[in-house]
Write a new protein. Sequence first.
Length: 227
Amino acid sequence: MTDTLVPSGASLPSELDHDRLDGYVRHHFAREDDCLREIRRRADEAGLPRIQLPPATARTVQLLLQAAGARRVVEVGTLAGYSATWIGRALPPDGQLTTLEIDPERAAFARQSLEAAGLAARVEVKVGDAVETLAAMGPDGALDAVFLDADKERYAAYLEEAARLLRPGGLLLADNAFWKGLVLSPESSGDERAVLIHDFNQRLAADVRFDATILHVGDGLAAAVRR
């Protein structure tokens, strides 16, 4: 059965200036303070890849965590500690973020970022393979939220661990769900990650353990609630 095309209600894509609209959101809703700008500056100076969350996406993650009342959160993919700073600020004083990073040097960089942000007591940076670290976490249902923004090749594996660790009503978020728009034609894109992300999206959509969708912010933010 072929899906019937239903108009989105928005202007045609060719009529939308996505960059200007993103700038509008950043200006009004997702302004960076000096601390966040300094993390990006230091990351550029250190030669880290420019793959931090866009401010509008980071603000969306932050608000969703606040709305969910999240206190125990795991982030997969730390890099410079930029997104961890947004997330840490979303948590209550007794909240705890554990962020996972495979590279010891990047982990050390992130710890400095979080220290400067005043979040060292609220955020723990763990070094090691994320799948192995998640598998060793427990008990089942212990987490309020999991945020994925790491190697796309293992999103499906992260999904399984998140399903185990999240409590009913817990929130799963995953960045790059659109993968530069290539998920529309993943097989013909010539991009292996587009195929993997498309597979992850299909898995999440069909997973009876979650109610899910993709939010049209940044490069697509998959959002799912654990049943």
